[in-house]
Design a protein around this ligand. Structure first.
Ligand SMILES: Nc1nc2c(ncn2[C@@H]2O[C@H](COP(=O)(O)OP(=O)(O)O)[C@@H](O)[C@H]2O)c(=O)[nH]1
Ligand SMILES: [Mg+2]
Length: 446
């Protein structure tokens, strides 16, 4: 979605940049473009109106019209206002009490159950938690319970269900009792959704809230929803006083504006955003970084943070040492490929980089394909072969790996050749650095 809103916003700003002086009609044009960009991204009308009025006032108030080179100042004003609309500051959640309880709410299909697992993995890592309990309180769809159990097993945390029990009050009560008795640190309750607002559901959520007295109540807003999500959020908020929202599916082509408007209209902070189906696809929401991204300044900080989280520091140091000693083997390469994969795809990583870098989508996709191919091929090799790539020249080994991986001879040769080249360059590099000679051509610098 940010590509969509971003490119339009950037065009509007670029117009301001071209002017040496802003006239009243220029301001009208720039704000009209920005208004269109926001409306087309499905941002709520009231939010757009307030946004535009505020930037107009500031541009005129600061007498930018008379100043030279007003472009950058327009960017600054728009940026500040965007940050404001998105909630000013990130909302920190401190797990400062045991058991800390979180209740998940929202419509069916929004991403509650998936996000339960994402949150468990996120907070386990952040607070080094050992005892986490996921509670399946969506009793109307047996598949939903199975889904939660599968996710709990996948991330290796405990779950609570009562077989064939339809009484939700009883389930959550027993779950909370268990959490106290067994000293759980974090309890996340997955509730049932409906396709639209429903009185029975609201009653049920009220009862769960009274029993659990949760420390946080999150409303899960699907970025794919239209304007009606604002009314839905309002009803949930009026009934159970939501403490934060999580916007899911922001990775999709959704315009997302409606879900983002909830924050400003209902004063419910956005705590996290979901950016994919995997458990690791959850990011803290930073209003300022989101504004950067919309305005095309890139979100490098988020990417760095993500990389640090995923890539084990000790491991990468060991890897670098090996590289510098010219001892890098295929097993190390496989390890590296897996680390990159945890970050998502190359295409996705490039998206985080500053907006003016034109991303060559085809090239990024080719690179992703290659990574996949290498991973498949290396996975079919024995550890001995990975450690000693000379063995890969052996015909029977070659045949076995090609058959096992289901890839072609050509692809196999491509991997072996490229790896040899890489190794050669690394060896050259380590020799040169050992001799105290630094050759910039190693880095492609002439
Ligand atoms: N692309 C994408 N899909 C998501 C995200 N969060 C959830 N989903 C998918 O949305 C669907 C519904 O999710 P689920 O957790 O079952 O929703 P629930 O009914 O609210 O519990 C599933 O197919 C999820 O994989 C997200 O951030 N990005
Ligand atoms: Mg569910």
């Amino acid at each position: 979605m940010f590509d969509f809103i971003g490119s339009r916003m950037q065009k509007a700003i670029a117009k301001a940049n071209k002017k040496t002086q802003l006239k009243e009609e220029d301001i009208l044009e720039i704000t009209r473009d920005i208004r269109l960009a926001l409306l087309e991204a499905d941002v709520n009308l009231i939010v757009v109106k307030n946004f535009i009025n505020s930037i107009k006032e500031q541009i005129i108030g600061q007498e930018l019209m008379k100043q030279l080179n007003p472009g950058q100042q327009v960017v600054k004003i728009v940026h500040e206002e965007l940050v404001h609309i998105l909630g000013d500051k990130p909302k920190e959640i401190n797990i400062n009490k045991k058991p800390f309880t979180i209740m998940m709410t929202g419509l069916q299909g929004g991403g509650k159950t998936t996000t339960v697992a994402k949150l468990a993995a996120y907070y386990r890592k952040k607070y080094k938690l050992e005892k986490i309990l996921l509670v399946a309180a969506d009793v109307y769809r047996p598949a939903a319970i199975d889904q939660l159990i599968t996710l709990a097993k996948q991330i290796d945390v405990d779950y609570f269900t009562i077989k064939n029990e339809q009484n939700v009050d009883l389930i959550v009560k027993e779950a909370i009792d268990k959490a106290h008795q067994e000293k759980y640190e974090l309890v996340i309750i997955d509730t049932a959704g409906r396709l639209s607002i429903d009185e029975n559901l609201m009653d049920e959520l009220k009862r769960i809230k009274n029993i659990v007295k949760p420390n946080e109540i999150f409303f899960i807003a699907d970025a794919l929803s239209g304007q009606d999500i604002i009314n839905v959020a309002k009803t949930f908020n009026d009934t159970i006083s939501v403490t934060g929202s999580i916007i899911t599916k922001l990775d999709s082509n959704a315009r997302g504006g409606a879900a983002l408007s909830i924050c400003y209209l209902l004063k419910i902070p956005i705590v996290f955003i979901g950016t994919g189906e995997k458990v690791s696809n959850l990011d803290l929401f930073y209003p300022d970084r989101m504004a950067d991204r919309i305005l095309g300044m890139g979100d490098v900080l988020s990417l760095i943070e993500k990389a640090e989280e995923v890539i084990d520091e000790k491991k990468s140091k060991k890897m670098l040492n090996k590289m510098f000693q010219g001892k890098f083997d295929l097993d190390d390469l496989l390890d590296n490929l897996k680390q990159v994969k945890k970050l998502g795809s190359i295409r996705k990583i490039l998206k985080f980089l500053p907006g003016n870098l034109k991303i060559d989508e085809d090239k990024a996709e080719q690179a992703d394909e290659k990574l996949k191919l290498y991973e498949i091929l290396i996975s079919s090799m024995t550890l001995e072969e990975r450690k000693d790539p000379k063995l890969l020249k052996n015909a029977s080994r070659k045949n076995r790996i090609i058959k096992g991986s289901g890839r072609s001879l050509k692809e196999y040769n491509q991997l072996v050749n490229e790896f040899e080249m890489m190794q050669k360059r690394l060896k050259e590099f380590s020799n040169k650095t050992k001799n105290g000679k630094f050759d910039p051509s190693m880095f492609g610098i002439e």
